[in-house]
Write a protein that binds this ligand. Sequence first.
Ligand code: SF4
Length: 273
Amino acid sequence: MPTTLRAAAALFCNFWEVPTTPSKLVADPVGDPASAAPTAARLAELDRLITRCTACPRLVSWREEVAEVKRAAFRDEEYWGRPVPGFGPPDAAIGIVGLAPAAHGGNRTGRIFTGDRSGDVLFQALYDVGLASQPEAHHLDDGLELFRTRITAPVHCAPPANKPTPEERDTCRPWLVRELDLLRPTLRAVVVLGAFGWQALLPVLADAVWEVPRPRPKFGHEAHAQLRATDGGAPLHLLGCYHVSQQNTFTGKLTPAMLRGVLERAKELAGVR
Ligand code: SF4
């Protein structure tokens, strides 16, 4: 975008800040999630804003470098190379919160958990318990649908070594806060994949309408906490599940039966049949 046009836009939209790190792939950057996220009136609008985010210089550089260099097996593909929004319908009763997109998974395909081994395990289990239309996820146009379920992450860009910094996690937080706000009318249970997602999600829930007990509930596989809603609405059930990473699934720390068990429990608690 020409500098003059961006400057003019900034006069009308205070979140159109010039990004710290210029992006080669995002033509109309959003530089401040805290200002931009509350402006989204619908999930689809939020998702579009997220894909334009350039707030974290290190992650912008990394996601675009990965998209340019590519893995040999995908060298003929065009990588997404931008932030990856949540996936699933706006009337979701069950949320699934992971960590961040994978460099050659979501960062390649543009959909969370799509095109990587972790996603293979997750989507097979979602299909087995009736929450997905098919057991596989390959690319944005593969026809996959989720039923009453939305998958998202506390960090929307692929981080080096799968490790976002605390600052990057906090910068990305407003996107998840707004996503939970928009899902609030129907959301009844959240399955958190792994300890990082659990730690990242608790303050988001506390910022929203749910009371996080003190001491804070600890992460563990099949951990369960019921969070009272301060708006007088339905409580939220928080469920822990080991992450679907290869480190856990290849070693048998997380088996398909264990994953299905947590998803079935989430269905039951959320009243999804
Ligand atoms: S991690 Fe989140 S806040 Fe940072 S650039 Fe990506 S979408 Fe924006």
